[in-house]
Design a protein around this ligand. Structure first.
Ligand SMILES: Cc1cc2nc3c(=O)[nH]c(=O)nc-3n(C[C@H](O)[C@H](O)[C@H](O)COP(=O)(O)OP(=O)(O)OC[C@H]3O[C@@H](n4cnc5c(N)ncnc54)[C@H](O)[C@@H]3O)c2cc1C
Length: 251
């Protein structure tokens, strides 16, 4: 028989990055929120502790952070003439499962879109004119510009400790950073690298560069450059969903 649980104002299905951030932002409004996650619960300790986290058999071969396709699978076809068949083995496509979703095993590379990526039509017209766009090319803008999103990029980067080097600070090009990026309001986090006398990686990555208290995140460790495959090196990663969950539990 179905069990009727206490009602909540909001139910979020899935606790990856999207569900985690939504849960945290909505919890701040005082609404009651329940998040349903189909996979297992996870926490920094013990799930991301050494040496367990380097268990290649468990994670790289048996894909224990990913969707179990023997229980619930996805179907796939290469073109519209084929019959879509169930995937029985994961290849390069690795959907996440459990608290944190794919954010648990992603690589943490967090490039911002360039201003041009947001508005390819508008900016192509302004720079090159209509004649460079073939008549049958369906080019359109996304409807949200880089400038409109900038403060949200910034919030995300500081929330999850993206390290790197700015290439453009408030319109001024910064040597050593990405020369093509749009203006940032502030430098990326580099302080922990400096303290540990490491070179920071110029490209933006969500590799922890310092302890963070935003979203009540836990202690983060410094990660030096020169990493192996991200999927196996999870220990220093802080996940917003994890923090959001903890916040939720604390309410
Ligand atoms: C190997 C890999 C590397 C990546 N590297 C990067 C990178 O370097 N940089 C980058 O920007 N992006 C990267 N990505 C992409 C990025 O990780 C994803 O876009 C992002 O994590 C998606 O977050 P999400 O919350 O939308 O979805 P998901 O993380 O997929 O979360 C969805 C959650 O919902 C749960 N769920 C689904 N259905 C149900 C249901 N019916 N009931 C309950 N729960 C359900 C799932 O179990 C899962 O936990 C990578 C992805 C992969 C797979």
């Amino acid at each position: 028989m179905a069990t009727k649980l206490k009602s909540a104002d909001i139910v979020i299905v899935g606790l990856g990055w999207t569900g985690g951030i939504l849960a945290k932002e909505l919890a701040d409004t005082g609404l009651s929120i329940v998040v349903l996650e189909r996979g297992a619960p996870r926490d920094t300790n013990p799930d991301f502790m050494y040496p367990t986290i380097h268990d290649e058999l468990r994670y790289a071969q048996r894909h224990q952070l990913m969707q179990d396709v023997s229980r619930e699978t996805l179907t796939f076809r290469n073109n519209a003439n084929e019959t879509a068949l169930p995937m029985r083995q994961l290849g390069s496509f690795l959907p996440g499962e459990g608290v944190g979703g794919a954010g648990v095993h992603w690589n943490g590379t967090t490039w911002r879109w360039l201003p041009w990526d947001h508005e390819p039509l508008k900016l192509t017209l302004a720079r090159y004119g209509r004649s460079v766009i073939p008549p049958d090319m369906q080019l359109q803008d996304w409807g949200v510009s880089y400038d409109e999103l900038e403060s949200y990029y910034d919030k995300f980067e500081y929330l999850c400790g993206v390290s790197g080097k700015a290439g453009n600070l408030r319109g001024q090009k910064i040597e050593g950073g990405n020369a093509f990026e749009g203006p940032r309001q502030r430098e990326l986090r580099r302080d922990a690298h400096k303290r540990a006398r490491h070179e920071s990686q110029p490209r933006p990555r969500q590799d922890s560069s310092r302890e963070r208290d935003l979203y009540r995140c836990r202690r983060a460790r410094i990660r030096a450059a020169g990493r192996a495959r991200g999927a196996l090196r999870l220990c220093a990663r802080q996940r917003a969903s994890d923090a959001a969950l903890r916040d939720r539990q604390a309410l």
